[in-house]
Each structure stands twice: as structure tokens, then as C-alpha cells.
Design a protein around this ligand. Structure first.
Ligand code: NAD
Length: 309
């Protein structure tokens, strides 16, 4: 059966499409190209290996693409945590409303399975670190985290009300080739403009878990293949963390720079909705048989090299 990937022209989505095509699956991609790019799918588009529909989930004109599909991988979203504090309504629409529209379209077309990309930010300032999936209370501190938690709740309700099945993945920071946002992207962009000074948001001590994108896609496919409950929720990340200052050092080193002056904006949070410390427990996924193949530092190094290339 065909599968549909929303947000398939984006960073993580395009890597997922690569993996699904490699598995021989019939893949249909819906993307508005709001932040994604057809370039990310060019290897498949040029050989007619996937079907692509440029469409906005908030508008009509894509629902027929779900006809006969067995699963929707729903990745389309506004993934920018910082933006949530500036334009909350946009994230409510791009994340909650768009997800509800996908669920309704699935219900109408009889598509039984959804995979959803959620986030560590649903845990807010977690008091248990590494944070397991059953941590509570879930108290997001960002609009982005709140919208993703709302999506999880809607998906759960649709599964229990309408007989669907779901895999919900709460990601740590996912990084790598084709990434178009996040701390590494920000540092490379700033240093390309001015190789002598680097503004670092916060005090540079924010410590978080990072995972290279192909390992993330591998984990999603593994869990979707091996977990078969009604709603299957898993954290995906590495088993350690790295702080922001160390990431800056690695970017400076990989760019071949020296003597860069760091300017810290100060405070333990880089922006409204940021958390000073994040590390997810991946014990549940390990019990299923998947283990992160690399740690945060290695993931960061690989991502910098890929993004510079
Ligand atoms: P991305 O911005 O590269 O990908 C999102 C894609 O969705 C883009 O191609 C964009 O054009 C598309 N899109 C957005 N709104 C749309 C709409 N209304 N209709 C159709 N297409 C639309 O971001 P990403 O980093 O690849 O994130 C993919 C998913 O993973 C998102 O759901 C994000 O919230 C989640 N996530 C990412 C991270 C991370 O570290 N990158 C962490 C946690 C969760």
C-alpha cells in the first residue's frame, strides 16, 4: 500500500522519503514548500520514483492524495520554537489545525495509520532527566510544545474513537544534511557573515541531546515496524548531551576559524520557551531492540561537516 508523507520536502521528511523509497515503498509527498524545497527530493522526482503534490494542508486540494493509502507520515509543521512566542496563532494553525485536517482527511479516506513527529518540548522543564515517555505533568513552556502536545491528544482521540493506529515520536534535537534551522545552522550562518564574532543566545550552558538525522529516521522505521499498540509513543534521541558553547567551538573548528569572540546574550534560556537542559530517556526504544548508534558530540560533528558541504 502507498504511504503519504506530509512535509516530505523538508529536512527530516526528505530523509524519511529517501529511506522509504529505498525500502521499495510507493511514496506520495504533500508539501507547501513553506520551508522545504523540491531540491531535497530531486533524486526521486527526476526518476519518477515518488508522487509529489505542492499543497498547503490548511487549504483544500490534497485530500484525494490519501485515497488508497495505508499510512500517513505527518511531518508538516512549523518547527521553530522561537517563532512560537512571536506568532502563536501561526503555530496553532500550522500545527494543531493542520493535524486535525490530516486526521479528518484520513477518516474520510479510510487511512488506518498515522506516524506523527512530536518533540521533547512537550515535557517543558522536566524534573526527571533523562525524561521517560510516562513523565508527568506534561507542562510545555513553549507555544510550539503546547501545539505538539495538542496534536498528540487529537491523534490519540482519533485512534480510540475511529479505530486508527498511531506512532508518536518525541524527538530530541535532530540535525544533519539539509537542515534549515537550529543552533548549528544559526552559527554557520552568523560566522559566514562575520568570522570574528559569534552571538550566542543565552549563557551557552544550555545542554541538550542531539541525534543525526539518518539515525532518527532509522529509529522511526524500526519502531513503526516493531511496536503494534493502538498509540505507540517513543522518545528518539541520543543517550548524552552537549552544551551550546561546545557546539560553537566545534563549528569554529570545522570552519577552520580561530580567535572568534563569543558574545553571550545571557540568561539560562536562549529565548522565550527554551529549556536549559534536555535529555530524553530512550530506554523504551532500546527495550524494543533499537539503540542510538552515536552520541550528541559525534552527531554534531557529522552535522556540521554535512551542512558545510
Ligand atoms: P522542516 O521545516 O524542514 O520541515 C517541515 C516541512 O513541512 C517543510 O517542508 C514545510 O514546507 C512543510 N510544511 C509546513 N507547513 C505546511 C503546510 N501547512 N502544508 C504543507 N506542508 C507544510 O522541519 P523539520 O526539522 O524537518 O521537522 C519535521 C518535523 O519534525 C516537524 O513536525 C517538526 O515539528 C518535528 N521535529 C523536528 C525536530 C528537529 O530537531 N528538527 C525536533 C522535534 C520535532
Amino acid at each position: 500500500m502507498a504511504c503519504v508523507v506530509t512535509g516530505g520536502a523538508g529536512f527530516i521528511g526528505s530523509h524519511l522519503v529517501d529511506a522509504l523509497v529505498a525500502r521499495g515503498e510507493a511514496v506520495r509527498v504533500i508539501d507547501s514548500l513553506r520551508s522545504g524545497s523540491e531540491q531535497n527530493l530531486s533524486a526521486h522526482l527526476s526518476r519518477d520514483r515518488i508522487l509529489f503534490r505542492k499543497a498547503d494542508l490548511l487549504e483544500d486540494g490534497w485530500q484525494d492524495f490519501l485515497s488508497g493509502a495505508g499510512r500517513v507520515w505527518h511531518l508538516a509543521a512549523d518547527p521553530d520554537v522561537r517563532q512560537g512566542a512571536l506568532t502563536p496563532e501561526s503555530q496553532v494553525r500550522q500545527n494543531i489545525l493542520a493535524t486535525w485536517r490530516v486526521l479528518e482527511a484520513m477518516r474520510a479516506a479510510g487511512v488506518p495509520e498515522i506516524v506523527f513527529t512530536s518533540t521533547s518540548t512537550v515535557y517543558g522543564d522536566a524534573k526527571v532527566i533523562p525524561t521517560p515517555e510516562d513523565y508527568s505533568p506534561l507542562e510545555p513552556v513553549s507555544v510550539y510544545g503546547a501545539t505538539k502536545l495538542s496534536c498528540e491528544a487529537l491523534i490519540s482521540a482519533y485512534c480510540h474513537s475511529f479505530g486508527m493506529k498511531a506512532w508518536i515520536f518525541r524527538f530530541a534535537n535532530i540535525i544533519g544534511k539539509r537542515s534549515n534551522h537550529g543552533v548549528i545552522w544559526d552559527f554557520i550562518r552568523k560566522l559566514s557573515g562575520n568570522p570574528h564574532r559569534l552571538e550566542i543566545l543565552g549563557d551557552g550552558r544550555q545542554s541538550k541531546s542531539y541525534l543525526e538525522v539518518s539515525a532518527c529516521v532509522d529509529a522511526m522505521l524500526y519502531a513503526a515496524d516493531h511496536a503494534s499498540g493502538r498509540v505507540n509513543t517513543f522518545n528518539i534521541g541520543s543517550e548524552d548531551w552537549i552544551d551550546v558553547r561546545s557546539i560553537a567551538d566545534l563549528v569554529v573548528e570545522e570552519m577552520g576559524l580561530s580567535g572568534v569572540e563569543y558574545i553571550f546574550t545571557g540568561g539560562e534560556r536562549g529565548w522565550i520557551g527554551d529549556v536549559p537542559r534536555m535529555q530524553l530517556s530512550v530506554q523504551k526504544l532500546k527495550s524494543l531492540g533499537w539503540k542510538p548508534p552515536l552520541g550528541s558530540r559525534e552527531s554534531v560533528r557529522m552535522a556540521i561537516a554535512a551542512m558545510l558541504e
